[in-house]
Design a protein around this ligand. Structure first.
Ligand code: FAD
Length: 413
């Protein structure tokens, strides 16, 4: 029977709270559990998620991985970690990890081009890219090969990593919306989060660490370190943090026959000065197509409140059908929208990763259009920052949140 000396009482363990179960929060929890200084006997992690894990962009993104992504401080590490994870856990089977080629194609769909185009010109598309119609295209170029581009199914990847993190026995998932952070009296340290429970995954909350006056009432969860990984929602919890959200729509189609592994960036001219640029990613058993970000539409309360505009999805359906007979004859399986976390600072494209000016408060947010690519790298360096006090696997000093905003309670808070 374990003695108290062997198993410390639960409340003496270092408690790390991760707010948000998108790919960034989940990878942070996963790499914490794999860090040499982490032990379930000395540490515990609570992930608090307001709706469902991977219910935002992390479950609805394209999943392209590229060595030419940004930021350069993080990309080589993260691309390699994706490869390592896929090798370790059979990522090809579990989350459809595979290498693929990337091309860009330009076409002219304007009326004048259609009239003047007498017969199709052979633009020399790769023979295996036989599901893209060459007759509507004017040119194409290779962007990268299988040495520098890969893909994952982001939802499957995030959920798999969450399960692996939970297997450590030290990670609990709590479903609840964090309403605010509680700061110490003088405001220089964060002590706890206040959240509205929406149900719980089970066992996770012990009465000593959760104060509750009834299940519907907000609860207080004390933490030794608190990591904010809520992507586009970051400024709701940290009002001075310059991360906002940009909505983008996407669809998935089961094509009429299996198609080869390509990511296709398009630029289609519709009329003078009017272009559309859907990105098309062939996956193992479906094709993902996303459009550009909408003009500013405020980030809603939760991922469940994201408004999906039918006309934006129908536009994607229409142009996918023009580009490919296999997509035109396919079955549409998903029409969706989500928010990209964007850093609103001219001097950086983000993300912001590391400690803040407030003791025990950390941020990993603002991953823009490369959060799937950069999630393992972010998780790995966040684990080092939290447990070693500094990032060791990559130099992320230029992404330090303290360079971009001053955290802490607002006056009167
Ligand atoms: C259309 C589209 C396509 C993309 N394609 C790619 C791609 O091909 N490759 C690539 O690398 N990246 C891609 N991205 C970018 C990538 O999806 C994001 O950078 C990444 O998912 C961000 O992850 P995150 O965990 O920071 O945020 P999110 O996925 O938004 O997760 C944040 C989580 O926090 C939760 N939350 C919010 N507020 C609270 C609160 N108060 N309390 C508790 N929980 C809260 C939310 O419910 C959510 O689950 C794409 C993005 C979009 C929009």
């Amino acid at each position: 029977m374990p003695t108290s000396a062997m198993v410390p009482p639960e409340d003496s363990r270092t408690h790390i709270i991760v707010v948000g179960a998108g790919i960034i929060g989940v990878c942070t929890a996963y790499y914490l559990t794999r860090h040499p200084k982490f032990s379930p006997e000395t540490h515990r992690i609570t992930i608090i998620e307001s709706t469902r894990p991977a219910s935002g962009a992390s479950g609805k993104a394209g999943g392209l991985l590229a060595l030419w992504a940004f930021p350069s401080q993080l990309v080589p590490l993260s691309f390699k970690l994706h490869e390592d994870l896929a090798a370790m856990y059979d990522g090809a089977e579990e989350w459809s990890y595979r290498r693929l080629q990337t091309v860009s194609v330009e076409g002219n769909l304007s009326k004048s081009a259609r009239v003047s185009r007498k017969k199709p010109v052979d633009i020399g598309l790769p023979p295996d890219l036989d599901w893209v119609r060459p007759d509507i295209l004017e040119s194409w170029s290779a962007l990268s090969g299988t040495d520098s581009t890969a893909q994952v199914h982001p939802y499957k990847f995030t959920m798999f990593m969450l399960r692996r993190a939970q297997e450590s026995g030290a990670v609990s998932l709590v479903l609840g919306k964090v309403l605010k952070l509680n700061y110490s009296g003088v405001g220089n340290a964060v002590e706890s989060v206040v959240y509205a429970p929406v149900g719980s995954s089970g066992d996770s909350m012990s009465s000593d660490s959760v104060s509750s006056a009834g299940s519907a009432l907000p609860k207080v969860l004390r933490g030794d370190k608190i990591v904010v990984t809520v992507g586009p929602w970051t400024s709701r919890l940290l009002p001075t943090c310059p991360v906002s959200g940009l909505r983008a729509h996407s669809i998935t189609i089961t094509p009429s026959r299996p198609v080869s592994a390509y990511a296709v960036f398009t630029e289609l001219k519709l009329a003078k000065g009017k272009y559309i640029s859907p990105e098309i990613y062939a996956r193992k058993d479906e094709v993902y197509i996303c459009g550009e970000g909408d003009n500013y539409v405020e980030v809603p309360e939760t991922t469940d409140d994201v408004e999906v505009l039918k006309e934006r999805c129908e536009e994607l359906v229409k142009y996918a059908g023009i580009i490919s007979n296999e997509l035109q004859g396919g079955r549409i399986t998903r029409r969706q929208a989500c928010y990209l976390p964007v850093v609103d600072v001219p001097s950086t494209s983000g993300p912001l990763i590391g400690p803040t000016n407030t003791q025990n408060l950390y941020v990993a947010s603002g991953h823009s259009c490369w959060g799937i690519n950069n999630a393992p790298g972010t998780g790995k360096v966040m684990a080092e920052i939290l447990l070693d006090g500094e990032a060791k696997s990559a130099d992320v000093s230029s992404l330090d949140p303290r360079r971009y905003f001053v955290s802490g309670p607002l006056p009167g808070e």
